[in-house]
Design a protein around this ligand. Structure first.
Ligand code: FES
Length: 535
């Protein structure tokens, strides 16, 4: 029988199903709530979800759903079974993803342009997974509101490469990705306006920072070159445009500043990270790491900047982990193993029955398996009462048994999951290692290691250091800086001086291409070892 993977958004929960299991039943198996008054008989019309790719509509779909929605992929979850991998957006989801909004900037005083009184601006951090928008007072730099959402492009691919593939291979793929992200910008503008009482007409400026793929898709540029060597962006320079030209329905008269890209996989979000921390003007040696589906690593040696990009994949977002999920209600975010044969101690977001593991829980799990000798440094799960072996011979650590903590299913961490974490952490450590070697910097010389982004903010640095996800700088040097890209976007929004500064800084950043490094395979293989240390 044909098996397919269903991925539910916004939770990111996934399940393998055969072609006799309806989408509604699959959601129930995962403990996800979808309204279903008729119990799945196709008569109430309540179980509407968005499916991508779209299946052929059934008669029940056509009788309950408008033609426009049918065209957008809205279907009744009880009416469809799938035989190919499918993303399902549950629009009625009660739970919301924990999206990192706050960040830390160097310096306390915001640089602002003169000549404003009541005008407002919006700084946008356009991430691959989330979009965060900050409403700011242009006259004094005071933040008035903030709003965030998952990037709706996610149903077309979890990471940058799969979006590039979708944009280049599908008919109107690029246009689809552009229009869904523009619709999100409009939603965020309206949400900010409604939640703060600020008139949309008073929004006169916007700034946008994002990685090169997000940048190109927003602007409708060809992303093809980003997907093949030498991975050069079509445009590196910053852009000044306006809401109308960009294609917004709201804030059409606003001036929009798009931050410059540094290289093919290092974009305006990294430039914003540099600006927020003023990595260009430090006496120290600072390593900055933003761990996302694509990890960006910056090394500042007394203000001289070096950077590279490491393809970490989406393991830390839970996407390639059997029972992985995003950081939302039901996600195990913390795990400790006191006794290898007993259930681990866990903490769950929202203090509800556990549904899966999010990034911080995944890193904790591997670190704890390692410290309990349930996994070797080479990543092999060991036999134990809490490690089961499937009929196919795959070992899995039982994180939660069905019924434990009220869980509706067993939550496992499989041998394959350990391998996925090894690959992801190996990519980050390899990048950091080459970048430091290229600049002649030893790990003992690093004064601070700044962790940017949601994952860096929520992981336990002790666990990350223990499995060698981060270079062994010492726990006291690891400092989470939150949404540093968002902070940089605010600086670019508020000050023409900051915009000029980042435009001077970006061409001076030395970009190191990892793929062409001679010893890449050897260093990468050593970086996958689960222990603290440099490869
Ligand atoms: S559950 Fe009623 S139509 Fe699907």
């Amino acid at each position: 029988m044909c098996e397919a993977i269903l991925v539910f958004e916004p939770s990111g929960l996934r399940i393998s199903v055969d072609e006799t299991t309806s989408v509604l039943d699959a959601a129930r198996m995962l403990g996800l709530y979808i309204s279903s008054e008729c119990g799945g008989r196709g008569t109430c019309g309540k179980c509407q979800v968005v499916m991508q790719p779209m299946p052929k509509p059934s008669e029940a779909d056509l009788s309950h759903i408008s033609g426009e929605d049918i065209g957008q992929g809205v279907r009744l979850a009880c009416e469809h079974c799938v035989n190919k991998d499918t993303h399902v957006i549950v629009r009625q989801a009660a739970a919301t993803t924990k999206i990192l909004l706050e960040g830390v900037s160097k310096g306390t005083k915001w640089e602002v342009d003169e000549g404003y009184s009541e005008e407002k601006g919006i700084a946008v951090d356009l991430g691959t997974t989330t979009i965060v928008a900050y409403l700011m007072n242009l006259a004094d730099g005071v933040q008035i509101g903030q709003a965030a959402m998952l990037n709706p492009q996610i149903v077309y691919g979890e990471d940058v490469m799969s979006r590039i593939t979708y944009a280049t291979r599908e008919d109107k793929g690029s246009l689809t990705l552009k229009s869904v992200v523009l619709a999100s910008f409009d939603d965020l503008v309206r949400t900010l306006s409604e939640s703060t009482g600020v008139d949309i007409d008073s929004i006169v400026r916007m700034s946008v920072v994002g990685n090169p793929a997000m940048h190109h898709l927003l602007l409708g540029l060809d992303v093809g070159p980003l997907g093949r060597a030498p991975y050069d962006p079509v445009i590196k320079e910053s852009l000044n445009t306006n809401g109308t030209v960009l294609g917004l329905d709201t804030a059409r008269d606003s001036q929009v500043y798009i931050a410059p890209n540094i290289a093919g996989f290092v974009g305006g979000d990294t430039a914003a990270f540099i600006l927020s921390q003023r990595l260009d003007e430090t006496d120290e040696i600072i390593l900055g790491i933003d761990i996302g589906t694509n990890g960006e690593i910056v090394l500042s040696v007394h203000g001289n900047l070096h950077c590279c990009s490491a393809a970490a994949g989406s393991a830390f977002e839970g996407a390639t982990i059997k029972h992985g999920m995003r950081g939302q209600e039901g996600a195990i975010e913390y795990l400790r193993i006191e006794e290898a044969t007993e259930a681990p101690e866990i903490s769950v977001i929202g203090d509800v029955p556990p549904k899966g593991l999010c990034g911080s829980g995944i890193v904790d799990t591997v670190a704890q398996l390692r410290s309990s000798d349930l996994v070797t440094t080479g990543g092999r799960l060991q036999e134990s009462e809490r490690v089961e072996i499937s009929p196919k011979g795959e070992r899995s650590y039982i994180v939660v048994e069905k019924g434990e903590r009220g869980s509706e299913r067993r939550i496992l961490f499989t041998q394959k999951d350990v391998r996925q974490v090894q690959l992801a952490k190996g990519a980050i450590l390899t990048g950091a290692s080459f970048l430091m070697a290229d600049s002649g910097i030893e790990v003992s010389e690093v004064d601070r290691l700044l962790l940017a982004g949601a994952f860096g903010n929520y992981i336990d640095p002790t666990s990350a250091l223990a499995i060698g996800l981060l270079p062994p700088v010492g726990i006291d040097k690891v400092i989470p800086v939150g949404n540093a890209a968002g902070e940089g976007a605010k600086k670019m929004l508020l000050s023409s001086k900051m915009r000029s500064l980042i435009e001077q800084i970006v061409p001076e950043v030395r970009y190191l291409e990892l793929a062409t490094q001679e010893r890449f395979a050897e260093v990468f293989a050593r970086s996958t070892i689960l222990q603290s240390g440099m490869p």
